[in-house]
Write a protein that binds this ligand. Structure first.
Ligand code: MTE
Ligand code: MO
Length: 395
């Protein structure tokens, strides 16, 4: 079905290249912006010397940056403690993994993606068809909806993606009357049963969700092909939505109607994606949006002019509006103060902030962030989900 995709591409491809150029430029400006935002407070610390990092407490030990276990129980937890504003992208071998490639996955046979359901022109796309129209899709963050302190919040990473917009494929297949949603499904059979997860991976999106998020079928990350564990040969990436909707090993795209039932995967993740119960029908699901969130990634200990000082380094991500002020507090009984070096210039991927801190006395401190803007929903942030604690022994 190569020919069906070909004719449209010249114009679109051109546009996409321009767009990608724009995205890159923005990314670049923003990165230097972050650098200078941190520069202000770097000056205060320039005269000093970093003497250590204070570990977070209350987070059980977990192996970081290494793939472990298999299939649905397979994980790689990204170590976020060394994040730097100038290295926004997570190297592919450290990008978090939730579910490793199945021993049953046969990527040696020619891979095909069937596009069908309520379309006028069903397609059978080969990998070659997609490769020919693959383009840069920019830097995007992915977070697992199950990301929590038991894994040091390390189910969170950023890659520089390449792929094919889903909307482009749908344009070619032409939606038939009654087609309002799209089911995207991937290979998901494993030799052994998982104790924690259900097999079967598919998610249903509205056309609008796919279009406005710029959802794409990804073929590459950071200038390389996907790895098997990240969904080789092809996976879905929906910027701004939780990873559970970013189906790996995609083999089917099906346009469905308003009466489509929710999938087992949507039901499994209903709680974590903030759904009202476990709806039967796909249309009763809210988009699995990553709301605005923020957390510290490390607390540095410095010796500055004979004094001990601390510097908290963190990230903000998610949401769809830029926030002006991010506030921080150390322990619930203290009041929130604005984070010193913070300037958000985009919601996706993450951006960085720093805050200098002089605790009054030794002790345990819980570090929490807040966004005081009624227009910015922060349910998970406000629930205390991303609070991280440190024991301070020297002030
Ligand atoms: N086929 C398939 N796709 C899947 C999953 C899965 O178990 N099977 N897990 C999902 C979940 S819960 C997450 S968070 C992301 C993780 O993608 P990554 O492992 O590349 O980081 O993949 C999603 N896609
Ligand atoms: Mo996930």
């Amino acid at each position: 079905m190569t020919d069906q995709l070909k004719p449209k591409l010249t114009r679109r491809q051109l546009l996409a290249v321009c767009l990608a150029g724009g995205i890159r430029l923005v990314g670049f400006d923003v990165m230097s912006g972050v650098g200078s935002a941190c520069g202000r407070d770097n000056r205060a610390f320039r005269a000093g010397k970093q003497v250590g990092i204070v570990p977070f407490v209350g987070e059980p030990w977990a192996p970081l940056d290494i793939a472990m276990r298999t299939g649905l129980d397979g994980r790689l937890v990204t170590d976020l403690s060394g994040l730097r504003p100038r290295a926004v992208v997570t190297p592919i071998e450290k990008f978090y993994i939730r579910t490793r490639a199945s021993a049953f996955l046969n990527d040696q046979q020619p891979w095909v993606i069937r596009v069908g359901g309520l379309v006028k022109q069903p397609l059978t796309l080969s990998l070659g068809d997609l490769e020919r129209i693959t383009k840069p899709c920019g830097l995007h963050l992915m977070e697992c909806s199950g990301n929590d302190r038991t894994l040091h919040f390390g189910l969170l990473s950023v890659a520089d993606w390449t792929g094919v917009p889903v909307s482009e494929i749908l344009d070619t297949a032409k939606i038939a009357p009654g087609g309002t949603r799209v089911l995207i499904s991937g290979f998901d059979r494993y030799p052994s049963v998982s104790t924690t997860s259900l097999a079967g991976a598919s998610w249903i999106f509205t056309l609008q969700e796919l279009e406005s998020s710029g959802a794409f079928l990804a073929l590459g990350m950071n200038g390389q092909r996907l790895t098997r564990d990240h969904g080789f040969p092809v996976r879905l990436m929906v910027p701004g939505l939780y990873g559970c909707s970013c189906i790996k090993w995609v083999d089917r795209v099906e346009v469905v109607g308003e009466d489509a039932k929710s999938t087992a995967q949507m039901q499994e993740f209903a709680g974590r994606t903030n759904q009202p119960g476990v709806p039967e029908l796909a249309r009763d699901y809210r988009p699995a949006l990553i709301e605005q969130a923020a957390m510290p990634v490390r607390v540095e200990k410095w010796a500055v002019g004979g004094e001990i000082r601390y510097r908290v380094v963190g990230i903000v991500w998610g949401g769809s509006r830029l926030i002006k002020t991010l506030e921080i507090r150390f322990n619930p009984e203290q009041s929130y103060v604005p984070v010193e070096n913070f300037k958000q210039t985009f919601n996706d991927p993450w951006s960085f902030w720093t805050h200098s801190w002089k605790p009054a006395k030794p002790g345990n401190y819980a570090v929490q962030l807040r966004v005081k803007d009624p227009m910015v929903p922060t349910t998970r942030l406000d629930s205390g989900h991303y609070v991280r604690s440190v024991d301070i022994s020297e002030v």
